[in-house]
Design a binder for this molecule. Structure first.
Ligand code: G6P
Ligand code: ZN
Length: 543
């Protein structure tokens, strides 16, 4: 086997976004495209000589091919060891856990998360650092700089390695260790949660459906829920990962997981249902007859985490992304722990978790997690819910009602306007930003603006500042609207409008969500000229 140094020319636009580099699969399939990006990562982290890397992905189309390329390059660049999930599979949280448990120097995760997979769909690649979390901006910026000037990469002239056999092999001077993708992760879950109580719950006839959406969590959910916890076979739906996710859109929300939502809304639906996304870091929680918003889920988990053995000493604090509802803030206040508001993107939680300032964090975009790894974790959220249901012995609906009666209810919805003309979307945001200072005191659609600003985040741990993280408009009476442009879309611009209204615990806690938020939505439309600018009279998606 020969070490090769090949020359290459830089590709435009290899800029890691909110969560690594995401492009159409065919873009990644161009000759040298993966190679240029991977060598840029290696260069940006001062090489991988003698390092240990964790490598795996969500199993989508091109996963296996990209892993072979990365392995050859890691070996040629002098890496000591590559820990690879069997068959090239690793959920994002499981990869994060492996990096931490095995004290690896970093990891390469292949995924485009909840975006569809296939030759005409999406692919992605990101680098995680030694704490198991996504590389912070300082590193992703360095990677991007490298991609602009890359002129050669190192690889081996060798064939593909078999990735389906657990055990060690060598590739050049590097050891390749193929591991069971589930084992270490399942062991961690067993440490955190009261598996006996959850087992007893299932043994008592409690019914659940977990929709793995043909994506990576299938094997994890089958092993943990149907295996260790004794849930009946058939609890896990769509549990075999496929390269195109069964031609579906593996995003666990009421739109893309509609069959599951319909199931729990039917009279003979299961007690509890959940779904996860392509790479296993997102989650959706449902109870019989009820959908739990991700923001409410975070608040309920924060209020009840102490019921799980892994959190029985209480939580240090909680963090949420800025557009996430402020339901968890009220729990933090009651628990007298710190609460942080960070920009959108899981990477902003890393410092707070590393510093021990927060134990739980979450985002409206269906992400919840804790300090057990440095990624959000779909199945973890499901297991924490199960632990709470087992401890409190009441239905999901009653847990929520009880929560609202204790803390009040933050009615919440996100309205998405997808594939909007980029110029129109940018114009809307720019003009809104320019007018922010004049909004306070003015009334729109019966709502009076109390304050409005553009969100900047001052990281309390490393002192870094991130500007332009979205616009906040607070209304008198506790309502709020947030606007930002999506950082993950692949077509035109996606405008996200996040609506929130607080109702105190003795207020009306049973209003239909969109009705509760109607006035705030109308105020946003009036303030921004939404309809005229976007040409849309209604959002494409409401979550
Ligand atoms: C990814 C990140 C999340 C983030 C989300 C925002 O999923 O992992 O941390 O919340 O993107 O997506 P958006 O499309 O709103 O920028
Ligand atoms: Zn994901």
């Amino acid at each position: 086997m020969t070490l090769l140094t090949k020359s290459c020319t830089p590709f435009d636009g290899q800029k890691p976004g909110t969560s690594g580099l995401r492009k159409k699969t065919r873009v990644f399939m161009q000759p040298d495209y993966v190679e240029c990006f991977v060598q840029s990562i290696f260069n940006a982290i001062d090489g991988v000589d003698d390092k240990t890397l964790v490598i795996g992905g969500d199993g989508r189309y091109f996963n296996a091919e990209a892993i072979q390329t990365i392995l050859r390059m890691a070996s040629a660049n002098g890496a000591m060891r590559a820990i690879v999930g069997q068959g090239g599979l690793l959920s994002t949280p499981a990869a994060s856990n492996l990096i931490r448990k095995r004290k690896a120097d970093g990891g390469l995760i292949l995924s485009a998360s909840h975006n569809p997979g296939g030759i005409d769909e999406d692919f992605g690649l990101k680098y995680n650092i030694a704490n198991g979390g996504p590389a912070p901006e300082a590193i992703t910026n360095r990677i991007f700089e490298e991609t602009k000037t890359i002129s050669e990469y190192k690889t081996l002239d060798t064939g593909d390695l078999a990735l389906d056999q657990i055990g060690e092999t060598s590739l050049g001077g590097m050891t390749v260790e193929i591991v069971d993708p589930v084992a270490e992760y399942a062991a961690l879950m067993e440490e955190l949660f009261d598996f006996d109580a959850i087992r007893a719950l299932f043994a008592g006839g409690f019914t659940m459906r977990f929709d793995a959406m043909h994506a990576v969590t299938g094997p994890y959910a089958k092993a943990i829920l149907e295996g260790t916890l004794g849930a009946p076979e058939g609890t896990v739906l769509n549990g075999v990962p496929s390269v195109d996710f069964g031609k579906g859109h593996p995003d666990p929300n009421p739109i893309w997981a509609k069959p599951l939502v319909d199931l729990v809304m039917s009279e003979d639906g299961p007690d509890f249902a959940a779904a996860s996304d392509g790479d296993g870091d997102r989650n959706m929680i449902l109870g019989q007859g009820i959908y739990v918003t991700p923001s409410d889920s975070l608040a309920v988990l924060a209020a009840n985490a102490h019921l799980a053995p892994g959190y029985d000493r209480g939580i240090a604090g909680v963090a949420r992304s800025m557009p996430t509802s402020r339901a968890c803030d009220r729990v933090a206040e009651a628990l007298a722990v710190e609460c942080f508001e960070t920009p959108t993107g899981w990477k902003f939680f890393g410092n707070l978790l590393d510093a021990g300032r927060v134990t739980l964090c979450g985002e409206e975009s269906a992400g919840t997690g804790s300090d057990h790894v440095r990624e959000k974790d779909g199945l973890w959220a499901v297991l924490l819910w199960l632990n709470i249901l087992a401890a409190r012995k009441m239905p999901v609906r009653n847990i929520l009602i009880d929560h609202w009666q204790t803390y009040g209810r933050n009615y919440y919805s996100r309205h998405d306007y997808e594939a909007v003309d980029s110029t129109a979307a940018n114009g809307l945001m720019n003009d809104l930003t320019a007018n922010l200072d004049s909004l306070a005191g003015q009334s729109f659609a019966s709502c009076t603006v109390a304050s409005a600003d553009e969100f900047s985040y001052h990281d309390p741990v490393d002192g870094s500042v991130s500007h332009n993280q979205g616009i906040r408009i607070d209304f008198e009476g506790g309502g709020r609207a947030v606007l930002r442009l999506s950082g993950t879309g692949t077509e035109g611009a996606t405008l996200r409008v996040y609506l929130e209204r607080y109702e105190p615990r003795d207020g009306d806690l049973a209003i239909e969500t969109q009705t509760a938020l109607k006035d705030i939505a109308a105020a946003v439309a009036e303030i921004t000229g939404l309809v005229e600018r976007t040409g849309r009279t209604a959002p494409d998606v409401m979550t």
